[in-house]
Design a protein around this ligand. Structure first.
Ligand code: FES
Length: 111
């Protein structure tokens, strides 16, 4: 992966404080979630009915959408028991800053 596309998205301290953070990167609404010590980035607008994932919860490492409680793997974007997948983004943490590559990764159930 090239590093040409990294965009500064947030301070790591802000993500740590709330464990989730809504940011706008290159015009995209992106949700940052802290699971353990890892920061993940997904489209903030749910692939189902566009509710904001940052208004949802984290449970057992899954993002729970506030709309209809779909359970989303923040690493892959896969939705439990569904065909739909939530776009995700590559994340890099460097020197207390979270960088996001704003090119969405859209997985499939098979990938
Ligand atoms: S809007 Fe996210 S599950 Fe329906």
């Amino acid at each position: 992966m090239t590093t040409d596309h990294w965009v500064e998205a947030a301070a790591l301290a802000d993500v740590r404080r709330r464990r989730r953070l809504a940011v706008t990167v290159a015009g995209r609404h992106i949700a940052l979630f802290l699971v353990g010590e890892t920061v993940y980035a997904l489209d903030d607008l749910c692939v189902h009915k566009q509710r904001r994932l940052t208004k949802g919860t984290l449970l057992y490492g899954r993002v729970i959408c506030p709309g209809h409680q779909w359970k989303i793997d923040p690493e892959t974007g896969r939705v439990e028991d569904r065909e739909e997948c939530q776009p995700t983004y590559a994340v890099r943490v460097d020197g207390g800053t979270v960088y996001v590559d704003p090119r969405p990764r859209v997985p499939t159930k098979e990938s």
